[in-house]
Design a binder for this molecule. Structure first.
Ligand code: ARG
Length: 427
């Protein structure tokens, strides 16, 4: 690690110590560099607003930042561990290009607010990406619910046969859950949509920094006002983001569980496109649902990151280097969630239902509750009707005339229009 901007020669840490301090940071900062460039552009424009950088100087610096962005995207600028982090790399690049002028960019800021703003911009973009995937998943589930609205399915509780159900109910249960996820992710987005830039190391600086300008320039909806709170919220915001990400991932875990059961030879209720399964290296007969199993397992990895994060932020107020390690949970957490969620829309569409098997499983016993309600509709009190049907369990009685339950939200009355309306409103 050679390109240090602030150490005097006598203070340059040994390479072993520098590498220990940087750990995975450079690799993670590759996800942040572009956001840091945007935040640096906003920062120097704000410095120009208060006369600390001249107009002509600003033009030169902005041009270089644009070039850095282009070079980075075309792999002509590589963020290697010769830089300590993406923040010092930007300053180094500008100082190399403009000498003393480059040295002005760090006026009024610290890497502490620099990393906070880069992380915030990164998280906002990723939450948007995540929510657009979440909407695609909800749409796939809802389309399948509409298509298979009245196809009978055995309904289970405790994994024991319970009551007749429909594939429409099963698909739309997931559709509604993902529609709820969208609201939660959106609320989280609004919750973190505040500008930490201009708070420096956590105590501000003695300058009239134009924080309102950087807020608008970077498209934040409000200021994160208190300079110390900016540092105190590192890890706090990330914890909420991961908790929002955990919701779709938890749904995917449940869906994967259902799928792994229903695809098994024992149930044989569903099949999916063969591209989602693999063979076995030893058993020629096998088609294993590996993709679904990895989806299920990915929840645990994200839950692990969330727990790592919560443990990391057991700290006093203000900045501590421990906070650097909060980056990994968020960057990797987003990556895993986005990769997992990207697979789902098409996988859902490829589901095929074994209708004959579904009907075969809906036996007479599963209709006993319907028979109870036939008696209830004739005026018998519920408990009496229950006891009477239970004691006649083995007698073959007349099967309910109503094949599906009709209370709102049940298989015979899904009211999918309501879900379609909610989904349409979501961006
Ligand atoms: N990589 C550091 C982090 O993520 C940047 C901030 C460094 N600040 C400091 N005071 N050492 O926390």
């Amino acid at each position: 690690m050679t390109k240090k901007i602030w150490n005097t020669n006598s203070e340059v840490p040994s390479s072993e110590i520098s590498l220990f301090l940087a750990a995975e940071d450079i690799e993670l900062d590759r996800s942040l560099l572009l956001y840091d460039i945007d935040a640096t552009s906003a920062h120097i424009k704000a410095l120009c607003n208060i006369g600390l950088i001249k107009k002509g100087e600003l033009t030169k610096l902005l041009r270089s930042l644009k070039k850095l962005k282009k070079d980075y995207l075309s792999n002509n600028f590589i963020l290697t561990d010769e830089y300590e982090d993406c923040h010092s790399a930007i300053e180094f690049f500008l100082t190399e290009a403009h000498g003393d002028l480059g040295k002005k960019v760090h006026t009024g800021r610290s890497r502490n607010d620099q990393v906070a703003v880069a992380m915030r911009l990164f998280a906002k973009d990723k939450l948007k990406e995540l929510n657009s995937l979440n909407k695609k998943i909800a749409t796939s589930f809802l389309d399948m619910a509409i298509k298979h609205e009245n196809i009978p399915m055995p309904g289970y509780t405790h994994l024991q046969r319970a009551m007749p159900s429909s594939w429409g109910l099963w698909f739309s249960a997931y559709a509604e859950s993902f529609i709820d996820n969208h609201d939660l992710i959106n609320a989280t987005y609004n919750w973190i949509d505040s500008n930490p830039l201009g708070t420096a190391a956590g105590y501000g600086v003695n300058l009239p920094l134009d924080r309102e300008f950087t807020k608008d320039d970077l498209d934040f909806s409000r200021l994160q006002l208190n300079s110390m709170y900016v540092q105190n919220s590192r890890g706090k915001y990330e914890t909420q983001i991961l908790s929002a990400i955990k919701q779709p991932m938890m749904d995917i875990r449940k869906f994967s569980w259902d799928m792994s059961l229903f695809l098994s030879q024992e149930f044989n209720l569903l099949s999916i496109d063969t591209k989602y399964s693999t063979g076995s290296s030893i058993m020629p007969n096998k088609h294993n649902p590996d993709v679904i199993e990895i989806m299920r397992a990915n929840y645990s990895i994200i839950a692990g990151y969330a727990s790592e994060l919560e443990n990391l932020i057991s700290l006093p107020s203000g900045y501590h280097r421990d906070l650097q390690l909060t980056k990994r949970s968020l960057v990797r957490g987003f990556d895993i969630a986005i990769k997992t969620m990207s697979i789902l829309p098409n996988l859902i569409k490829s589901i095929d239902i074994n209708k004959a098997q579904s009907l075969k499983f809906i036996d007479d016993d599963m209709r006993m509750t319907d028979k109870v309600y036939d008696l209830v509709s004739k005026g018998v009190a519920f408990r009496d009707a229950y006891n009477s049907i239970k004691s006649s369990k083995n007698e073959k009685g007349a099967i309910s005339s109503k094949p599906m339950n009709s209370s709102p939200g049940s298989p015979g009355n899904l009211n999918l229009k309501d879900l379609i309306k909610r989904l349409k409103k979501q961006k």
